[in-house]
Design a protein around this ligand. Structure first.
Ligand SMILES: Cc1cc2nc3c(=O)[nH]c(=O)nc-3n(C[C@H](O)[C@H](O)[C@H](O)COP(=O)(O)O)c2cc1C
Length: 329
């Protein structure tokens, strides 16, 4: 069993990566139904949260059925991050995660996210400030380092464990790499081999099939895997990986009926969270992901992004299910 503080997870947990504009409550709900063991909110700006900005506050919405769930915070100011950990703890998530990995200019060039990889003393202070401000376990998500010459995540792991973080997720790329090239998990394996490191270490980057999950589990010895992009339009990847790890057999790909069912569940959760008008609107960006690669799909897509109600969408989804019933994706 893997433990993060007092949170007990299965033997080799599969984590849904925090993803802005993706891992919102409706998406998390379908990932949970399809086998995710631990999930995170999209990153929440500490500057936004302290100003009570609606966008940031809404990202604190969490629901009982998705536990265990962590709220991820990012920011550049040590004190503000502490205050925001306190605010986020009031909605009672299972843990607080700190983002030291975001590479995008708007974040990293303002001293937040991956920028902290260039200032480890400040990262340590910020982490201490968060830990002091919450009764919840604090975890960190980061990258290998800022660039090829400063791959300092081994040092980061020791120093942050020493001050009390309860788990570390590492994306096997540097900030400068952004998403280019392939993720390198060899440093992640070195951290796992370090006898001083006792907290769970989760590997992240490029896992997109059950075979790769098994290969990386065995080769790099991590405590669990965090999956991001491969879950988009494909949340059943969690159960597919679990089944493969357990049996060595691959599950058949989802039928069109199953695909449509998950898409409909996603829509239901979206409406339950935001109401019909906003829920239907927000769901529009997901249809292409659920029905990737289907021939002659465009007319259906047009209807899906125009239909205004759950009932209409539901009947279009039914037509899709019937029309493509012979297809497996
Ligand atoms: C659309 C998108 C949004 C993301 N938003 C966040 C975020 O809010 N917080 C974070 O720590 N990482 C974020 N990431 C990075 C992912 O959590 C993950 O580290 C990265 O995608 C690599 O994992 P993967 O190869 O499994 O996708 C985001 C990635 C994508 C593609």
């Amino acid at each position: 069993m893997v433990k993060i503080g007092n949170i007990e997870l299965s033997d080799f947990p599969l984590l849904l990566a925090p993803m802005e504009d993706v891992s919102d409550p409706p998406f998390r709900a379908v990932c949970k139904e399809n086998g995710a063991d631990l999930m995170y909110t999209e990153f929440v700006s500490s500057e936004g949260l302290i100003r009570d900005a609606a966008k940031s506050v809404q990202k604190l919405d969490i629901f009982e059925y998705e536990r265990p769930v962590g709220i991820q915070l990012f920011g550049s100011d040590v004190e503000t991050m502490g205050s925001c950990a306190e605010i986020a703890s009031r909605v009672n998530p299972d843990l607080i995660d700190i983002n030291y990995g975001c590479p995008v200019k708007n974040v990293a060039c303002r001293g937040a996210g991956a920028a902290l990889l260039q200032d480890i003393p400040k990262m340590v202070k910020m982490t201490e400030s968060v830990i002091k401000s919450t009764h919840l376990p604090v975890t960190v998500k980061t990258r290998l380092g800022w660039d090829e010459n400063t791959r300092n995540v081994e040092d980061v792991a020791e120093r942050l464990q020493d001050i009390g973080i309860k788990a570390l997720s590492i994306h096997g790329r540097t900030r400068v790499q952004m998403y280019k090239g392939s993720a390198d998990w060899s440093l992640i394996a070195k951290i796992k081999e370090n006898p001083r490191i006792t907290i769970p270490i989760f590997g992240n980057g490029d896992i997109d099939t059950p075979e790769k999950a098994l290969e990386y589990k065995n080769r790099y010895g991590v405590d669990g895997i965090m999956i991001g992009r491969a879950t988009i339009g494909n949340p059943w990847i969690f159960n597919e990986i679990k089944h493969y790890l357990k049996t060595g057999e691959k599950l058949p790909p989802p039928t069109m009926e199953q695909r449509v069912d998950v898409c409909r569940r996603h829509l239901e959760f979206s409406i339950r969270w935001k109401g019909q008008v906003a829920g239907v609107f927000e769901m529009r960006r997901h249809y292409t992901n659920y029905f990737k690669g289907l021939e002659h799909f465009k007319p259906y897509r047009m209807r899906l992004v125009e239909a205004p109600t759950f009932d209409e969408l539901s009947s279009i989804l039914k037509e899709i299910s019937n029309d493509y019933s012979e297809m497996v994706c």
